[in-house]
Design a protein. Structure first.
Length: 294
């Protein structure tokens, strides 16, 4: 949940600057460039702060891949996905509260101009800070293809960063490499409609509905934004495993240190659990002896 918070807090904040600045004619407080860099930084912060605890599951599609192919527990995966969406939802409400004075001013300006209903629930309107929309009249087939290809591209980069035999991407570089892949998707293809993460999309859309009602639902595009990322990421994993992964390569020293650290953590955790179980068993046994003597 906190990982998605970092990702969304940075990116949606920059989006708010861009959208509200454009409507209110405030120069210099946002652009597509700053949005891309903000999401890149947010993903980097999320992975650096939270991946050591959660394994870096800040995208439901990545969690689903781990469940399908890497033995991640199904029920734990479902809990992760709920937490991810909740992270997007709570973060959106926090950002709305922080920007509320300027959002209210923007809505008033749109109402005076007679453009509120025309603009608000679009990618250029205040609701577009949180929920994702496409320009009216854009063919949804094109939007789906755009989303699928960008998500596939990002997925390949993610799985390359997770490959322990990849000499060109040590663990310390992974967060920024993945963040840069997201930034490229935003800079190059977001005007055609791009979600790239179901937690950000579903959480943000639910927040927009909570604020503005069902008018913020996004219509048929909502399904494309929420679901396309999943098959695209699964395909990216399969393509990387079949084409790019080489079982003959060795694990890099940096990755070995990273893996050894995680293994030591798991062993220590198991020892702690075993110690607690033995302690509890001993307490029960002592209590039984005391009751018997009594």
């Amino acid at each position: 949940m906190f990982g998605v918070f970092f990702y969304c807090y940075a990116g949606m904040g920059a989006t708010a600057s861009f959208i509200l600045g454009n409507i209110l004619k405030i120069e210099g407080i946002g652009s597509l460039l700053t949005i891309g860099f903000a999401y890149m930084a947010g993903i980097g912060f999320a992975l650096i702060v939270a991946s050591g605890t959660s394994g870096g599951h800040f995208n439901p599609a990545v969690t689903i891949v781990r469940v399908l192919f890497r033995g991640f527990p199904v029920w734990k995966g479902l809990r992760y996905i709920v937490a991810q969406i909740l992270g997007g939802y709570i973060t959106s409400l926090i950002i709305y509260w922080q920007w509320k004075p300027l959002i209210t001013e923007t809505e008033a300006a749109l109402t005076v101009a007679g453009a509120y209903d025309l603009v608000n629930f679009t990618a250029q309107g205040p609701a577009g800070i949180f929920a994702l929309y496409v320009t009216k009249g854009t063919p949804l087939g094109l939007v789906w293809v755009n989303e699928f290809i960008v998500d596939f591209f990002i997925g390949l980069v993610i799985f390359a960063c997770l490959d322990p035999t990849n000499f060109l991407c040590p663990p310390s570089l992974g967060p920024w490499t993945v963040g840069l892949a997201y930034a490229v998707g935003i800079w190059s293809y977001s005007p055609n409609g791009l979600a790239a993460n179901a937690a950000r999309d579903v959480g943000g859309r639910l927040a927009a509905i909570s604020i503005w009602g069902l008018k913020a639902s996004g219509g048929r595009y909502a399904a494309i934004a929420a679901l396309t990322n999943i098959p695209a990421t699964i395909l990216a994993y399969l393509v990387y495993e079949i084409i790019f992964k080489d079982s003959s390569r060795i694990v890099t020293p940096a990755q070995k240190e990273f893996i050894d650290g995680h293994r030591a953590h798991e062993e220590h955790k198991a020892q702690m659990h075993q110690s607690r179980r033995l302690s509890n068993a001993s307490d029960v046994e002592d209590k039984g002896h005391e009751e018997k003597r009594a």
